[in-house]
Design a protein around this ligand. Structure first.
Ligand SMILES: [Zn+2]
Ligand SMILES: [Zn+2]
Ligand SMILES: [Zn+2]
Length: 591
């Protein structure tokens, strides 16, 4: 072994030991917070641990909670004033991270808020939320003029914004604020089930028996998705595969026969023009029609399309949000925030379900078993050594509003004590829910303005894997419906034979291979590697290999007929219900 190897081995070992020690510290602090939930110093200390572990988003979340608690200490009229002040007095001697000890509570408060602003500014900067990071610099500098760390952070943020916006004159109002953070099963997350265990399959199959009696969930091998836009791979070349769950026919299913019919409480809408059913987001029956709307008895503005939806809502989520205007937090929003806010509404719905059913958010059956497109913690980790390669690309969309303030505001409206119930409402739990929603949610757009308006997670429907040569079609009205296609892509006989896998489609299958792969990338988590994509990509590659002139010739000869083909495809797509599923920000979308 060369000395280089020994050195890097030692380095790796040191890094591993440091991480283990930090994780233990994080666990200790989380436990202390359970006993003393209004102690802002514990939050600041945990923020530092999160930051050293390479989770700037979680550090920002803790610093923000600490900052809220500084307000509680300052204002006698606030709900948690007494308990928060009492907890802070416990640190008078020691101070906060070695600062401000023995100088009294007022001095300690100053130290605390400056610390919070610094952590928020730097952590949000690391997440890519420049606008929010800049705001915390400004607010911090107002309280602590000339603070060196905040001044430096501010300069850095402005420079970065200049680079990202490619202009010298920048306005903080226009700074980018959409960031990315680690998408993983956190090392301390004990809720994530083994999705391939007997127990999981037994549970899912009992659920499937109710909505898809001819189907069974099984563990299957799927081709590993491409992370670059690789073209075709020779058919005799062994494809790398990975384990996934899949849906299989346990009996023959005839063409056009219904395969699955699923209703999900995780269905939300941001419609402000006309009200939709609060439970299933379908259009409400017209006034005077035979079917009647059913309002909630307590808050008349919440309306259901039917008694069934009303009863379903009362059982699953509505009591926690009744007459509390929780959804309003995510409804009035700027257009470019629409997708984020639909995800926030989904998160709010999950939190309401958790409160109504008294189940931990990650234990909800609609959430627990779904795929989160998580990356291994090791590939998300920030390398310690300055000689190491570039930092990893994180994949979970993150914003200060959608991930930190939005969920806390919703919980506050639900009259939930976010401090006392940290074990249910910690930021890593919101992030885990978001990871699952981002991988599996579908969206429906408004027919008039084309904006995504309804979003839902159908935990059983999303068990069916994607293939660009699908054997089923889907439609989403009041419920999500899957049925066997009446026609196959290449004219093979339709229907699904016993034992065959149900293959759904997450993108418009009429598109050419490159476009299909781009469309489906968000919901698949990589480029599609189905048989059809590989074959078609290989064909394109061969055409390309024959030279540019050849390709030009082919396209010239085909010119006329291609125009014809394309318009025919568009026509078919328009008639087929539903046609494709263009994808916006990771939401599968039906038009
Ligand atoms: Zn309904
Ligand atoms: Zn109500
Ligand atoms: Zn494909």
């Amino acid at each position: 072994m060369s000395s280089m190897d020994t050195e890097s081995d030692e380095e790796a070992q040191r890094a591993h030991m440091a991480t283990t020690a930090l994780l233990a510290r994080r666990t200790r602090l989380t436990r202390s917070l359970r006993d003393s939930p209004y102690d802002l110093v514990l939050y600041i200390e945990r923020a530092v641990a999160h930051s050293e572990l390479g989770y700037p988003d979680l550090a920002a979340g803790d610093a923000y909670r600490a900052l809220l608690l500084t307000d509680e200490v300052r204002d006698e009229g606030f709900e948690y004033h007494e308990v928060a002040a009492e907890a802070l007095r416990g640190h008078e001697e020691r101070g906060i991270l070695g600062e401000g000890g023995g100088e009294g509570v007022t001095a300690l408060l100053e130290v605390a808020s400056t610390r919070c602003y610094r952590i928020l500014a730097i952590s949000l900067l690391l997440c890519g939320c420049l606008k929010s990071a800049h705001e915390f610099c400004e607010r911090g500098l107002e309280k602590a003029p000339g603070d060196e760390e905040l001044t430096q952070a501010q300069e850095y943020i402005i420079n970065l914004a200049r680079r990202r916006l490619k202009t010298e004159t920048v306005n903080p109002e226009d700074f980018p604020d959409q960031g990315l953070v680690r998408r993983e099963v956190y090392p301390w997350n004990d809720y994530e089930p083994d999705r391939y265990s007997e127990e999981t399959l037994e549970f899912l199959n009992a659920e499937l028996a109710k909505v898809a009696p001819k189907c069974v969930a099984l563990v299957t091998e799927l081709p590993t998705l491409g992370d670059a836009l690789v073209t075709g791979i020779d058919t005799d070349f062994t494809m790398p595969t990975n384990k996934q769950l899949g849906l299989f026919a346990k009996e023959d299913i005839g063409p056009m026969e219904t395969v699955l019919h699923e209703i999900s409480a995780l269905t939300v809408n941001n419609s402000q023009v006309y009200p939709l059913c609060d439970a299933c987001s379908t259009e409400l029956p017209d006034v005077g029609s035979e079917e009647q709307c059913v309002p909630c008895e307590e808050c008349v503005e919440t309306v259901y399309c039917s008694q069934d939806c009303h009863d379903f809502a009362m059982e699953t989520y509505h009591p926690a949000v009744c007459d509390r205007e929780v959804d309003g937090i995510a409804k009035n929003t700027h257009q470019r925030e629409t997708a984020n806010m639909l995800h926030l509404l989904l998160l709010g719905r999950a939190l309401a379900m958790s409160a109504t059913q008294d189940i931990h958010p990650l234990e909800l059956k609609e959430v627990k078993y779904i795929w989160g497109d998580f990356l291994p913690t090791s590939s998300n980790a920030v390398p310690y050594s300055p000689q190491a390669g570039p930092p990893p690309v994180w994949t979970l969309p993150f914003s200060f509003r959608a991930n930190i303030t939005g969920p806390l505001d919703m919980l506050e409206k639900m009259e939930i004590d976010v401090f006392a119930e940290l074990d249910k409402y910690d930021l890593w739990i919101f992030n885990t829910l978001y990871s699952k929603f981002r991988g599996t949610a579908s969206a429906r757009v408004n027919k008039l303005d084309g904006r995504p308006e309804v979003a839902a997670v159908h935990p059983l429907w999303c068990l069916a894997n994607h293939d660009c040569d699908p054997n089923v079609q889907w439609e989403w009205g009041m419920r999500m419906k899957l049925w066997a296609r009446g026609e196959r892509i290449d004219g093979r006989s339709p229907g699904v034979a016993k034992g065959e896998e149900i293959m759904n489609h997450y993108c418009d299958i009429e598109l050419p291979v490159q476009e299909r792969r781009e469309w489906a990338k968000g919901s698949l988590g990589g480029y599609c590697m189905c048989d059809r994509c590989r074959k078609e990509a290989k064909k394109e590659e061969e055409v390309a290999a024959n030279g540019v002139d050849m390709a030009a010739m082919v396209s010239m000869v085909n010119g006329m007929s291609m125009v014809h083909e394309i318009s025919k495809a568009h026509e078919m797509a328009a008639n087929e219900q539903p046609n494709g599923v263009p994808e916006v920000n990771g939401i599968r979308q039906i038009t």
